[in-house]
Design a protein around this ligand. Structure first.
Ligand SMILES: [Zn+2]
Length: 446
């Protein structure tokens, strides 16, 4: 395994403080990524069987689930049982955490409790056990190696979630202290002055990577283009947290002259999938996660995640709230890890029509960019038969333009009424993300 002295020290210190194993899983992940797809499937099945047995024996919720499937002994559990298991909805976590969902053998040490934000219908709490927590750090580290970045090297970050930036959590603080060379900019505060300051620091310190939410990185990229500021990141640009539109990919790659590495990470599971240097789909961290395609959407499927390492709180076939598409292709890099073709958006960023279609919210940025008057927008669907589009405008739209927007959108949205509402400012979501399109209807259907 290729690493650096500084990274080795970094990982050892992190292990000491958090009491989690990272080194060992990292070494094994560095090897298993080159297994054949068949070998990876075998590894997944072995881990899955262990997890299902453990869930049956020690988690009240899963004992009930298996009993409902006419399974009354762990001997009856097979790989085939997995596909018959019900989908784990967020609602179940909201109702039954912690009593029914934690393992009887759960131990707080080395693990942590967390919750997702409100955009997915109120906070959802869960517990990440020590093994899963160690694998999380190892997955993230392995993914960084794909773009030749090692812990402790200089990096620049544009981030929004307040608690990720300035957490009072001791472990995060130690991580931050060790990241001596980090330059940060808060996505909540991207004024021209802040962006200029950030750019000057980047020019001086030359960080190897720039990481952040896709929308925020694109805004910064546009700023550097408009002001003729030349910035280079030797290892590349890593974006996550939001849908990466083709338009934003182009702006970012033009501005910084390097390819984007798209990362699919979630609060619940950390880094689930990541692009390699072939940039041909995202490799799933398959030793840790089984990803399945659930409910059908117009252009993809609602994704289900099984975490193969969380024995403290098994999460099997968890509906994560993202729409994506799996691939059966094999990547040219030679890694046998399964590929995720693309992430298409949050389930909540699909507009639902009265006719029953799920229309991907991506149509809005694609279409609205043709209207130069529109500086920013946000779409919210409260009812099945109408949507509100909030617009920040350079100049007011005339009737002809409004009519043109409505007409073109109607091709996708059918009979939905489109309200165009002018506002002064569009506020960010609680997480600091720029969620361009939100349908409140998906939440109610759970
Ligand atoms: Zn690859």
């Amino acid at each position: 395994m290729k690493t650096t002295l500084r990274e080795t020290v970094y990982i050892r210190m992190y292990e000491l403080v958090t009491r989690r194993n990272i080194w060992k899983p990292l070494k094994s992940l560095s090897e298993s990524q080159w297994y054949t797809p068949k070998e990876i499937r075998q590894l997944q099945e072995e881990k899955l069987l262990l997890l299902m047995h453990h869930a049956y024996e020690t988690v009240p919720w899963y004992r009930k689930v298996f009993n409902q499937m006419d399974i009354y002994s762990p001997k009856q559990i097979s790989i085939e049982s997995f596909e018959e298991m019900p989908i784990l909805k967020k609602r179940i976590l909201q109702l039954h955490y912690p009593q029914k969902l934690l393992s009887r053998h759960f131990d707080r040490q080395g693990g942590f409790e967390d919750r997702t934000g409100g955009t997915t219908g109120g906070p959802t709490r869960y517990f990440v056990g020590p093994k899963a927590a160690g694998y999380r750090a190892a997955n993230a580290t392995r993914n960084q190696h794909w773009y030749n970045y090692f812990h402790g090297q200089s990096n620049a970050l544009i981030w929004g979630a307040e608690r990720d930036l300035s957490s009072d959590n001791i472990q995060s603080r130690i991580f931050q202290q060790l990241s001596l060379n980090r330059i940060e900019m808060n996505a909540w505060d991207m004024t021209e002055t802040q962006m200029r300051k950030f750019a000057i620091k980047v020019q001086k310190q030359r960080p190897r990577i720039l990481a952040g939410y896709a929308g925020a990185v694109a805004i910064f990229a546009k700023f550097t283009l408009e002001n003729n500021i030349d910035l280079k990141f030797d290892s590349g640009i890593v974006v996550s947290g939001e849908l990466l539109t083709d338009q934003n990919r182009e702006i970012i790659e033009t501005a910084f002259g390097s390819k984007i590495f798209n990362r699919y990470g979630t609060r619940e599971f950390g880094s689930i999938a990541h692009e390699c240097s072939c940039h041909d789909g995202l490799h799933i961290n398959g030793e840790s996660f089984i990803i399945e395609q659930g409910e059908k959407y117009d252009d993809g499927y609602s994704l289900l995640v099984t975490d193969l390492n969380n024995f403290a709180m098994p999460m099997i076939r968890y509906e994560i709230g993202d729409v994506g598409l799996l691939s059966t292709r094999k990547c040219k890099c030679g890694r046998g890890l399964p590929l995720l073709e693309t992430i298409l958006g949050r389930t909540t960023s699909y507009i639902i029509t009265p006719q029953g279609s799920y229309v991907n919210g991506i149509v809005f940025p694609h279409l609205l960019r043709d209207y130069g008057e529109i500086l920013e927008f946000r779409v919210i669907q409260q009812n099945i038969d109408e949507i509100d589009i909030f617009l920040v405008l350079k100049n007011p739209l005339d009737e002809k333009q409004k009519e043109s927007i409505r007409r073109r959108l109607s091709n996708f949205l059918q009979s939905i009424r489109i309200n165009l509402i002018e506002v002064d400012k569009i506020s960010l979501a609680d997480s600091g993300k720029r969620d361009l399109v939100t349908s409140k209807l998906v939440l109610e259907m759970d």
